[in-house]
Design a protein around this ligand. Sequence first.
Ligand code: GRF
Length: 204
Amino acid sequence: RRVAILISGRGSNMAALIKAAKDPTFPAEIVLVMSNIANAGGLERAQAAGIAAVTIESKSFGRDREAFERAMHDELVRHNIDLVCLAGFLRLLTPWFVQQWQGRMINIHPALLPAYRGLHTHERALADGVKIHGATVHFVVPDVDAGPIIVQGAVAVHETDTADTLAARVLEVEHQIYPQALRMVASGQTSIIGALCRATGATA
Ligand code: GRF
C-alpha cells in the first residue's frame, strides 16, 4: 500500500507514521508528503527522511476549492497513492474530494469522538470538566470529524492541566494510535464498509 500524508504544519504525527513505517513488517510505505502551506515544518522533516515532499498552496487557488483539490488529487494519482492520511491538515475538504478517497482516507482528531468535533478540543474539554480526554483516528466522510472510528486513545485529565499540558499528553497518544490505525487499514484488518456495518448491525 502506497501512502500519502497531508499536512499543514509541524508534522509530528507525520513523523510518527514515517518512523513506524520503517518497520519491515509494516503493511504500508509512506511515499509522499503534501502540504497546503509553503514552508510547513513537516516538509523538511519529510525530505530529511527521503520522502517526496510537495507543496500545493491552497492560498494560490483563492476561493476555487475544487481547483485546489483537483491539483491535490492529480498529484496523489500521479504517485499511485492507495491511502491518504490527514495529519494536522487544516483545510476542509469538499464532498467531491472526500468521495474520491472515501474508505481510503483517514484523519486524526485530538478528542474522543463523537465528543468535541471541530476546533479547540482541549479548551472545551477542560471547560466541561471531563476527567477523560484523548484522540481518535477515523475514516473521513463528508461530514467533518464524523466518520467511522478506527482507534482511540485516552488520557486522564489532571486538576492542574492547562490546554497546553493536556494537548501535549494527548499528542503522545496520537503518535501511538495513528501508526496503529494505519497498520489496521493498510492490512485490511478494518475497512469503512466493515465499520459502517458494525455501526448499523448489517452484515457485509
Ligand atoms: C494534532 O493535534 C492533530 O490531532 C490535529 O492537529 C495537530 C497536528 O499536529 N488535527 P502535528 O502537525 O501532527 O504535529
